[in-house]
Design a protein around this ligand. Structure first.
Ligand SMILES: Nc1nc2c(ncn2[C@@H]2O[C@H](COP(=O)(O)OP(=O)(O)OP(=O)(O)O)[C@@H](O)[C@H]2O)c(=O)[nH]1
Ligand SMILES: [Zn+2]
Length: 296
């Protein structure tokens, strides 16, 4: 019997393909996971056991950073967030929701503005101006997919796992197709589900890109922020968190507290007003424990 470690790079019909230093090993998950209500996911770092008959089993899931999306991908460290300039319309509110979610999940975000070819120059300039704020607070922003193509493989480092995210129709599959030559994702049409009734035959894969992986899944288009703790939300607005060291009170929620640095910067227009409004809106969403109807 032999033990090895690796990364789950593929999941198909109940088999887990694990990349080890000696190649890819197709494994079955041990029944123990079912008892523990655990499910290995693509991206998991795992231990496998190869018995004397050459049968391979996935026996242990190593601690995860996160497990996000549908189908789920584990240990996602970076997201390429696709936001469209038009169809659907560009929305800072949507952008803020995604950024908050990923900040909470400890996932770094690179923003890609799609469909810039479909919009008038003037409107595009306005969007780019808004995006420059996001650049200033630390996000990398691309507005040209050739630029993404050129840089992505150097951006993905050391076994990092990247995935795509963005609203439905934003252009995730289109981008994915550009990024992988042998692409076969469906674009345009409503995403076809591989779920067939109760017995799912899902295929989820990581493909190698740069020094790491990009998940070959449509990524995710909807998120739920209601599980974030209300008084921790302020930590996930990166520029609020940075400013908060100068708030008078520790744990300042930047509402009506005296000596609040965030409110001061907001007044001075150094913090974008829509960011603050979205912060308040998400607070309400968390307190109410549900996603507002208009966002569903
Ligand atoms: N003109 C133009 N069309 C684009 C661009 N990106 C995507 N599209 C089109 O927009 C439509 C939706 O793109 P998809 O790639 O399917 O979007 P998606 O984000 O994968 O959508 P879901 O699968 O619903 O989540 C398709 O008809 C694409 O051809 C772009 O940069 N320019
Ligand atoms: Zn404050």
């Amino acid at each position: 019997m032999k033990l090895a470690q690796g990364i789950v790079v593929g999941l198909i019909a109940g088999y887990y393909d694990v990349e080890t230093t000696t190649g890819i090993v197709r494994t079955r998950a041990r029944g123990v996971f079912r008892q523990k209500k655990q499910k290995p996911a693509v991206g998991d770092r795992v231990e496998i056991q190869i018995d004397d008959q050459g049968m391979s089993y996935l026996v242990k899931i190593l601690p995860r950073l996160n497990r996000i999306g549908r189908p789920a991908v584990a240990n996602v460290s970076h997201v390429l967030l696709v936001i469209s300039a038009i169809e659907p319309d560009f929305s800072v509110e949507l952008l803020d929701r995604f950024l908050t979610f990923f900040s909470w999940q400890r996932v770094r975000v690179t923003i890609y503005l799609s469909k810039t070819d479909l919009i008038e120059a003037e409107k595009l300039a306005k969007i780019k101006q808004k995006l420059s704020y996001y650049q200033a607070i630390g996000y990398l922003v691309f507005t040209d997919y050739h630029e993404v193509q050129r840089q992505i493989s150097t951006m993905i480092q050391d076994d990092q796992i990247w995935t795509l995210a963005g609203q439905s129709g934003a252009g995730k599959s289109t981008l994915l197709n550009h990024l992988k030559k042998d692409a076969n994702q469906t674009t345009g049409a409503i995403s076809t589900s591989l779920n067939r009734g109760k017995h799912t035959t899902r295929k989820v894969e990581l493909f190698k890109l740069g020094a790491g992986f990009l998940a070959d899944t449509p990524g995710f288009s909807s998120i739920d922020l209601t599980l974030i703790k209300l008084n921790e939300l302020c930590n996930y607005f990166v520029e609020f968190k940075k400013a908060s060291v100068n708030c008078k009170f520790r744990g300042c929620q930047h509402l009506k507290e005296p000596g609040c640095e965030v409110k001061k910067l907001l007044k001075e227009e150094q913090i974008m007003s829509s960011r603050y409004e979205d912060y308040l809106a998400i607070r309400t969403e968390i307190s109410d424990g549900r996603i507002p109807e208009y966002l569903k």
